[in-house]
Design a protein. Structure first.
Length: 278
């Protein structure tokens, strides 16, 4: 499917729920949603999509942003931007709104969905957001429902978190191909390095805000060791924080309640936490 070769017949528009509001549009923008499970490199995928799009589209013809999951006006916002003369729309959200979901499932919009072991995601949300186990579990569980929808359609790109960590360059190439780019390996490497730099800068800024001393800030400002060392989230790496927010009872509970999904996706199903096995 080409960049703007969307089927704009009335049946397709009616199916998306956008119907008469967009009948006057003769050429839809290239629409990309970056969704995915929380703490699964979804924001990295969003930065990668933006960096790729800027290779072919002027900055003033791209609209990007975060769609707040709780914002009841998100649907209206997207609809307005679709008719505002942009060539590309790129939005990041963990919970896709209804109109966006319809557009993804019928092929009007692209969708990059990242995922990981949901127990990792729950632990990371609890640690990062200070969230209790119950709400964190519910949030991640809702992401799994979306995953199942996207896995059943033919339009979404599903990216497992371990693969992204192990081969970010290869994952960048997959995203580029999915978004209809025809790039040399050299151009892919440039995009990859730029998104690595963006990620490091963002993480370091977050760390600076939580630093306790000038020494902490000095260490953080070096930052580049993230590029050279093993990612702290890498599977098999002994991460002191990876499950630190989950106690063993919560881990066992999540494993029990998510067992069918874990089996389907070939994730470990032992109720015994990894830190208890050593």
């Amino acid at each position: 499917m080409g960049r703007f070769d969307w089927d704009l017949n009335s049946k397709t528009l009616e199916h998306t729920g956008i119907g008469d509001n967009l009948q006057s549009i003769t050429q839809l923008p290239y629409i990309i949603f970056c969704s995915g499970m929380s703490r699964s490199a979804s924001f990295w995928s969003y930065e990668t999509c933006q960096t790729l799009e800027r290779l072919r589209t002027p900055e003033n013809k791209i609209d990007c942003g975060y769609l707040n999951e709780a914002d009841k006006f998100a649907d209206a916002y997207v609809s307005t931007k679709m008719r505002s003369g942009y060539n590309a729309l790129i939005y990041f959200s963990h919970v896709i709104n209804k109109r966006a979901l319809r557009m993804i499932l019928c092929g009007i919009a692209k969708n990059v969905y990242t995922y990981r072991d949901p127990r990792d995601s729950i632990a990371s949300i609890m640690r990062k957001e200070g969230c209790k186990y119950g709400p964190a579990f519910d949030f991640v569980h809702s992401s799994l429902l979306l995953f199942d929808l996207f896995a059943a359609d033919q339009y979404s790109l599903l990216l497992p978190f371990p693969e992204t960590l192990k081969d970010p360059l290869g994952t960048t190439a997959k995203i580029a191909d999915y978004l209809d780019h025809d790039l040399s390996r050299k151009r892919i490497e440039i995009v990859h390095l730029k998104t690595q730099r963006l990620t490091i800068d963002r993480r370091n800024e977050q760390r600076r805000k939580s630093a306790y001393s000038a020494l902490d800030i000095e260490i953080i400002d070096h930052g580049l060791e993230v590029l050279e060392g093993e990612p702290t989230d890498a599977p098999g790496v002994n991460n002191p924080w990876r499950y630190s927010a989950l106690n063993k009872n919560q881990y066992a509970d999540a494993t029990k309640r998510l067992r069918n999904w874990l089996i389907k996706m070939n994730f470990p199903t032992s109720p015994v936490p990894p830190w208890e096995k050593n």
